[in-house]
Each structure stands twice: as C-alpha cells, then as structure tokens.
Design a protein around this ligand. Structure first.
Ligand SMILES: *[C@@H]1O[C@H](CO)[C@@H](O)[C@H](O)[C@H]1NC(C)=O
Ligand SMILES: *[C@@H]1O[C@H](CO)[C@@H](O)[C@H](O)[C@H]1NC(C)=O
Ligand SMILES: *[C@@H]1O[C@H](CO)[C@@H](O)[C@H](O)[C@H]1NC(C)=O
Ligand SMILES: *[C@@H]1O[C@H](CO)[C@@H](O)[C@H](O)[C@H]1NC(C)=O
Ligand SMILES: *[C@@H]1O[C@H](CO)[C@@H](O)[C@H](O)[C@H]1NC(C)=O
Ligand SMILES: *[C@@H]1O[C@H](CO)[C@@H](O)[C@H](O)[C@H]1NC(C)=O
Ligand SMILES: *[C@@H]1O[C@H](CO)[C@@H](O)[C@H](O)[C@H]1NC(C)=O
Ligand SMILES: *[C@@H]1O[C@H](CO)[C@@H](O)[C@H](O)[C@H]1NC(C)=O
Ligand SMILES: *[C@@H]1O[C@H](CO)[C@@H](O)[C@H](O)[C@H]1NC(C)=O
Ligand SMILES: *[C@@H]1O[C@H](CO)[C@@H](O)[C@H](O)[C@H]1NC(C)=O
Length: 757
C-alpha cells in the first residue's frame, strides 16, 4: 500500500509539473541565433526508472520489439539487449508525444510502426492525440491527428494494445479510444481515421467519478483490439476481430466476423472484471484474456484468467490461483507462438511480498509459478536474480526503505519472443526484466535467470540536478527513485540516497564555499520522517535535519555559502529558515512559494523572487526586502548566482531573462529573450572570463542556448534530434569543471549531458 500511494504521489508530482505547461508559443523567428553542434548522451542510471506499460514483439521479423512508456516515449530493442530511444526529437511544441498509450508493429511490412500519443485526456494536456506513423522502424515519423485526446499517462494505460494492424491487410488499423469516443478505423496505413459507429459499446468504467481533476474520472474506453489472423486470407481484410472494453458488470468483449461492419458480444463471457489483455493463440484458435477489477496500473485486488475457444465458442476459467491466495488482478499475458498451449500471466500488483508470474504449457489447465511459499516466511524462488545492468534495483532495492521486491509490480507488459521461446521480457513500475533461458522453467532445474534488461532505457522524471565544483560532477534529484551521486556519467548507478530514504527528491543545493555540504528535500513520504537531509561528504552519507517538522514537504531549497543556514520554500507551509539545524521558522517577509537561491560566497545573503518582485536577505534568510521588480514578469522560474562573485545574479521569468551585478538592486533585461525557464552558469570559455550562461529560453524560438558574453549573444545548443520534451518540466545545470558541458533533466527521458562537438 505504501508503494501504491508513493507511486501515485510521485507520478502526480510529475503531472503537476507538466500542468504548468502553458507555453510553447513561438515568436516569428526574426532573431538570428546561430547553432553550435553538441553531442548529447544520456547520463546512465541503467535500466528504466519508470513504468513500462508494454513490450511488443513483431510476430514476423525476428528480434524486432518495442517498449512503450507512459511519459518518456518509446524504444526499439537491439540485438545486444540494449534499447534505442525513438522520440528524442520531441521538443516543447508537442511534448505530449512522449505519452504513448498504444503501440503497433506491422506484421506484414515490418518497417511500419504506429504509436498512439497524447499525455492526458483531462485539462492537463490541451492537445488532441495523434497516431505517429513511421515506415522506417521509428527513425522518422509523420503525425496523423485524432479529433480527441489520448491518455498515455492516464489510468488503464497498461491495458491493451488498443491499437492494432490487420495481419492480413496491413493498410487496415483499428484504434480503441478513451473517454467514450469508441472504436476508430483507418484503411490507409493510419493516415486518416473514421469512427466505427457499429460498435456501440465504448466502455463505461470510470476509476473514480468523484475526482474533480478529471484524471480518474474519465472513461478508460476501449482497451484492446485483437485480430484473429486465422479467420482471413492474406491480402484481404481479416473478418474476425475481438475488442475488449473497460466495462464491469456488462458485456466487455465484442467480436466482429465481417471486418467491423457488425459486432456482437462474445457469448458466455464473464464480465465481472475488466479485461486487460486479449491475446490470440493462432494455432490453438484461442483467445486468452487476463482480468483485473481495477484499470491499473496501481490498483487491482481481484482478477481472473480465461481461455476462449474460438471454434467451439466456449470459455474456460483458467485462473492460476483461487480462494485466499487470490488477492490481486492479472495484467501481462503472453503466449509462446512456437509452443501452442504455452502461456504466461503476471499478477498486476501483488504488492507483498513480491509480484508473481505463472506459466502453463497445457493451455492453462495447470500452472507453475516463479516463486511460492514453502513454509512461511520462507519462499522458494525459481529464479536467479541478476540486476547487474541496473544494480540500484536490488537485490536490496529499497523502494520505500523496507521493500525488497525483485520481480516488481505494475506488470502489464509480459512478452515471450515469438521467434525464441527462451527469450522473454516484462515491464514493471520501474524497469524491464526478462531473460534468455525461459525454457529452463519447464525442466527439472526450473530456475530461470531473471535479469534487468532495460539497458538504454532512461525513464526518470528529473526534479533537480546540481554540479558542484568539487567532488562528484553531478547529483540528481529524481521522481520515484530518489536520486544518485553521479561520480561517473557512463556507468550504472548502484545505490540511491539513503537515511533518510524518500521516494522522490524534489530539490538540492550545495554550499558555495564548502561544496561537499549539500542539502536535499523530499516530497511527502510521511512514513520516513523529516523531508530535509544534509550531507557533508558530497552526497555519500546523509542525516536528517531535525529542525524540520515531520509534516512539511516539497518545494525548493537553498543552503548558505558556509552551509550553516537552510532556506526552504515548502510546497504548502510557506518559506522557512533554519540556522545551525535549529527548528525551521517562518520567513514572513517572503510570499509562499517564492523561488529562492543562496549567494555562493557570502554566507549571510539569500535571494528570492515571486510574482514581479525580487527580494534580498542580508541576515541569513531571517528577513527579506523587496529590491526591485523584474520587468513585467509574473512568474519567476529560477534564480542562479555566479559561484565566484557575490551579488552577481540571474533570474529567468515568464517574460525574459534578467541580470544583476548588485545583489538585485537593479536588473538588466537581456534583449531578445522573450521567456526563460531553467538557467545555469558554467565555467567560462577563457580563464578569468565571465561564466558561460545556459538557458532554456525563447530566443526567436524555444530551445536551449549558451552565451559566452553575459547574454549579449547566444548559440543554440540543442538540435532537431534532441528536443528534451516539455521545456517547463525540465531542469538544467552546468558543469563547473568542463567548459560547455551542460546537463538537462527531463520529465520522463532521464538526464542528458551535452558537450561541444
Ligand atoms: C464470474 O467471475 C466471478 C469472479 O471470478 C465469479 O465469482 C463468478 O462465479 C463467475 N461467474 C460465472 C457464471 O462463472
Ligand atoms: C526458513 O528457513 C530457515 C533457513 O533455512 C530455517 O531455519 C527456518 O526453520 C525456516 N522456517 C520455516 C518456518 O520452515
Ligand atoms: C535458483 O537459483 C538461485 C541462485 O542461483 C537460488 O538462490 C535459488 O534458491 C534457486 N531456486 C531453487 C528453487 O533452487
Ligand atoms: C543485501 O543485504 C544483505 C543483508 O543485509 C547483505 O548481506 C548483502 O551483502 C546485500 N547485498 C548487496 C548487493 O548489497
Ligand atoms: C510442462 O511443464 C511441466 C511443469 O513445469 C514440466 O514438468 C513439463 O516437463 C513441461 N512439458 C514440456 C513439454 O515442456
Ligand atoms: C504539523 O502537524 C501537527 C500535528 O498534526 C500540527 O499540529 C501542525 O499544525 C502541523 N503543522 C503544519 C505547519 O501544518
Ligand atoms: C547539522 O546537523 C548535521 C547532521 O546532524 C551535522 O552534521 C552538522 O554539523 C550540523 N550543522 C550545523 C551547522 O550545526
Ligand atoms: C556579506 O554580506 C553582508 C550583508 O550584505 C555584508 O554585511 C558583509 O560585509 C558581506 N561579507 C563579506 C565578506 O563581503
Ligand atoms: C570560479 O573560479 C575558479 C577559480 O578561479 C575557476 O576555476 C572557475 O572556473 C570559476 N567558475 C566559474 C563558473 O566561473
Ligand atoms: C517546433 O519547434 C521547432 C524548434 O524550436 C521550430 O523550428 C518549429 O517551427 C516549431 N513549430 C512547429 C509547429 O513545429
């Protein structure tokens, strides 16, 4: 339960950041900004960091598979088990493209790939959805707009796939919409879509009708589309298609036998639960269905697995466990296409002690499981755990400090390679696991290797990055998985911050004069006490700041130059300050939610901004006075201070970028910058020169820029292949040792670092 809540909270925080996105309007490009070629690479955490709703193998082309994520785009599998991101080009114009609600790989022209994109169906995402179409395995794309929203990060996103290509006539696709918009069809490879009005059922299930945010109060809609490839002939439309809709207590599986002209409910179905997956076993002429009583991915306390024999029209309950053992729903379901009758199904959320996966080689009559109780509390684990590609996952992975899950949770995507019965993959709330010796399961050895196999997938929602001038080059504050010390940018991380351990770290800062002293804050794990922690050794070890009250969380944090004072702009308790670890007290002279920063040289000085006002404190944050206004700004984003010069301050706002050299007494607006988000100062191009200024900004267009002359001129440093998604969600810091190097933290695609080519 703790997991469930914290996962929701963490995700919601990512969502909330996204909802600030009201920008992306481009001015006419009248400002001449040159570009500089940068090399962009992921900072390697190793193996995921977020929910992987599904993994989809192409049934025809050996080795071809894709993974989709809910907020970080899609990936293609490589022969060496690594993954290649496919949507890094997505920029602020359409960051909703990183929400993937469904993926279809064409079984005929295997180069063709389709994604149903869109982040939210409620007000958080203003955009209608798209079908993104690629004819080169995801290297390049065209968008086909849909007349309704798509919810890649909505409840029920692990059900599916709701997008499918006709295996006999691959110009035909069906897409099952959310929100009651029903079933849609394309007959031209996804270019245009029309509603299939003959399927009257559009799904009635709503997770929580009372949710006023709209997030849990929308209909999940049509959950999956499964063509019966055996019902048709190559070259003509497949007549029989099954559709699963999110309805409970009324028919929820429908079939057409005439290519979608007419539909009937499949007779004899049990509609007690929501059908999460409908998987065809062609040689058995069977449809296997997994059910859960919730839409997922977090919920589900009951479920079932059924087999539908298409020829005889009979349903068989093949649920692997029953009675008091059945405390979960079922999600991921897969058949071994080379071994008719072999299938596997996963618990969607067996939170304690761990998820389980069931396997049958007799069409579900009997099952064996990945682990079972021997004599409680002892378990027999029929697997060898290997997290070498993502050691932070475990075996002592401490998601909430106490949780020792290895198999995972939120398992909606489970797939056996259609060309290799030994190869399997599944997605969890945090990564992809799988292996290459699955057939061992059926032998007397019955001990498969369970490996972390998400190498190349970097799916974290980055909350903050700092790059102190000494010690590790980077420290991250991450959603869901706490954050790491990055003493090496290219090797997997082993341990998150601990003591205290929170799910999400929301902000960090280092003390300018003693940069090994670092403060970090968390966002609301009330189970783990204080939400402020201090490290005196560059993040290696931490201790709780006992000056913090248990019930205060989130926001922004700054630590004074000598490390003795922490200023904390909390998420809902105003701005607080604590010196020498004393109890945090309210700073009444600052508005709640103020953006804050510390001077990096003078221990008494802090800065703040709120609305149009800039504020200065010269008494260690006890009192602030407004110094001046920031033009016509209404929303400051970030205050950064020259690490070497007291009083040299930059502020980014909704109307531009402002620079002061007198502690904020006066500011100069930087010309040509019409809006700025995150900013950072890195070391100067030439020794003794002014620091390089980095900004996510609108300078004749939204992008990432560097100035080597205090903002007089800029070069754009990102390119068409590196968009970094939603600009308002991203964080940025500059390296204090390598000129030109900058770090960009994204909301769902992990951390990038860029170097001048
Ligand atoms: C339908 O499924 C529910 C839940 O598994 C079960 O209790 C009920 O007996 C089933 N109904 C029939 C007619 O099989
Ligand atoms: C569990 O395993 C341990 C170590 O093998 C053993 O000492 C203990 O008796 C077992 N517990 C039960 C209840 O069988
Ligand atoms: C499978 O192998 C692992 C490690 O090699 C071992 O810990 C586990 O006990 C084995 N499982 C069984 C059931 O023998
Ligand atoms: C996991 O924890 C156990 C028990 O505390 C310890 O013996 C083992 O070394 C730890 N493993 C790793 C990889 O940290
Ligand atoms: C089917 O599974 C059972 C149970 O794991 C196993 O004993 C049997 O050998 C398997 N049969 C085949 C043909 O793999
Ligand atoms: C924190 O919680 C305590 C106990 O519930 C309460 O008395 C106090 O008012 C809370 N403080 C704030 C700032 O919410
Ligand atoms: C604050 O507390 C930490 C952790 O207990 C301690 O290491 C540090 O020295 C204290 N700092 C001050 C300024 O008292
Ligand atoms: C630090 O700032 C305070 C407040 O402005 C000032 O009084 C003091 O002289 C400064 N210290 C140094 C070393 O410049
Ligand atoms: C700060 O000063 C140090 C020492 O002169 C220098 O190495 C470093 O590059 C400067 N940092 C910045 C951001 O200018
Ligand atoms: C999207 O962003 C790019 C890069 O900033 C820009 O060139 C382009 O014109 C923008 N607008 C659209 C509609 O693509």
């Amino acid at each position: 339960m703790v997991l469930y809540l914290s996962e929701v909270l963490a995700r919601m925080s990512a969502l909330r950041r996204y909802s600030f996105l009201l920008v992306g309007l481009l001015c006419p490009a009248v400002i001449a900004v040159t570009s500089q070629a940068y090399t962009w690479r992921n900072v390697k955490i190793g193996g995921g960091g977020g929910f992987v709703p599904n993994i989809i193998f192409n049934p025809t082309e050996k080795g071809l598979a894709y993974a989709r994520t809910d907020i970080g785009g899609a990936y293609r599998l490589n022969a060496d088990d690594t993954w290649t991101p496919l949507l890094d080009w997505v920029n602020n114009n359409r960051s909703d493209y990183w929400g993937i609600d469904a993926l279809a790989t064409d079984p005929v022209d295997t180069n063709r790939l389709y994604l149903a994109t869109g982040m939210y169906t409620n007000s958080w995402d203003p955009n209608n959805g798209n079908i993104l179409i690629s004819t080169d395995y995801g290297s390049t794309w065209t968008a086909s707009p849909l007349p309704f929203k798509v919810g890649g990060n909505m409840p029920g996103r692990g059900m599916g796939e709701r997008l499918a290509v006709d295996p006999n006539s691959n110009n035909i696709l069906f897409f099952g919409a959310r929100s009651g918009h029903g079933l849609w069809k394309s007959i031209n490879y996804g270019s245009t879509w029309t509603q299939v009005t003959t399927l009257l059922s559009t799904g009635t299930y709503i997770p929580d009708p009372t949710d006023t945010s709209g997030y849990n109060s929308d209909k999940i809609g049509i959950a999956w589309v499964t063509f019966d490839s055996t019902s048709g002939l190559k070259g003509t439309a497949t007549p029989r298609v099954f559709v699963g809709v999110a309805s409970k207590g009324s028919n929820n599986i429908f079939v057409t036998n005439d290519g979608g002209a007419t539909w009937t409910a499949v007779a004899g179905q049990n509609n007690t639960y929501l059908p999460h997956k409908g998987v065809l076993s062609p040689s058995e002429k069977a449809l296997y269905v997994s059910y859960s009583d919730g839409a997922g991915p977090y919920d589900g306390t009951m479920g079932a697995v059924y087999k539908y024999d298409i020829t005889s029209g009979t349903w068989t309950d093949i649920t692997p466990v029953s009675g008091s053992e059945l405390t979960f729903g079922f999600g991921g379901l897969t058949v071994d296409l080379q071994r008719p009758g072999t299938l596997m199904v996963a618990t969607l959320n067996l939170w304690w002690p761990d998820a389980n996966i069931f396997r049958s080689n007799d069409s579900g009559q009997t099952w064996t499981q990945l682990w079972e109780w021997t004599a409680y509390p002892n378990m027999s684990k029929y697997y060898t755990y290997d997290d070498s590609l993502a050691p932070w996952l475990g075996p002592n992975y401490t998601y909430t400090g106490t949780d020792l899950k290895q198999i995972g949770w939120m398992i909606e995507g489970l797939s056996i390679d259609p060309h290799d019965s030994n190869h399997w993959l599944y997605g969890t709330g945090a990564t992809i696991y799988g292996g290459h010796d699955l057939l061992k399961w059926d032998t007397s050895v019955r001990n498969v290797t369970l490996s972390s196999l998400a190498d190349g997938i970097e799916e974290t929602a980055v909350q903050q990055l700092i790059s102190p001038p000494l010690g590790p080059v980077l420290l991250s504050a991450l959603g869901d998985i706490e954050g790491f010390v990055h003493d090496n940018l290219n090797t997997v991380r082993t341990t998150e911050y601990s003591n205290p351990t929170w799910t999400t770290t929301v902000d960090m800062d280092f003390a300018g004069n003693i940069p090994a002293t670092i403060v970090r804050i968390g966002n609301g794990d009330s189970s783990t006490g204080k939400q402020v922690a201090l490290s005196l050794d560059s993040g290696s070890t931490w201790s709780q700041d006992y000056g913090a009250a248990d019930n205060m969380t989130g926001g922004h944090v700054a630590i004074s130059a000598n490390g003795d004072t922490v200023l904390w702009s909390t998420s809902s308790n105003g701005v607080l300050v604590s010196q020498y670890n004393s109890t945090f007290t309210v700073v009444s002279s600052l508005p709640s939610g103020a953006i804050i920063a510390s001077d990096k040289k003078n221990n008494s000085i802090f800065y703040a901004a709120s609305g149009s006002q800039f504020y200065l404190s010269e008494d260690s944050g006890k009192t602030f006075a407004s110094t001046t206004t920031l033009g016509s700004s209404t929303a400051p984003v970030k205050v950064v201070v020259n690490p070497n010069v007291s009083g040299d301050v930059w502020v980014s706002t909704d109307t531009g970028l402002f620079h002061s050299t007198n502690s904020g007494s006066t500011f100069t607006a930087i010309s040509d910058v019409s809006q700025a988000w995150v900013i950072a100062l890195g070391i100067a191009k030439f020794s003794g020169g002014y620091p390089a200024v980095f900004a996510a900004a609108n300078i004749g267009g939204v992008g990432y820029f560097r100035s080597d002359d205090s903002g007089a001129t800029w070069v754009q440093i990102n390119d068409a292949a590196h968009g970094f998604g939603s600009v308002s969600s991203n964080v940025l810091t500059a390296d204090q040792r390598a000129y030109g190097r900058v770090y960009i933290g994204t909301n769902g695609r992990g951390i990038f670092y860029g170097d001048i080519q």
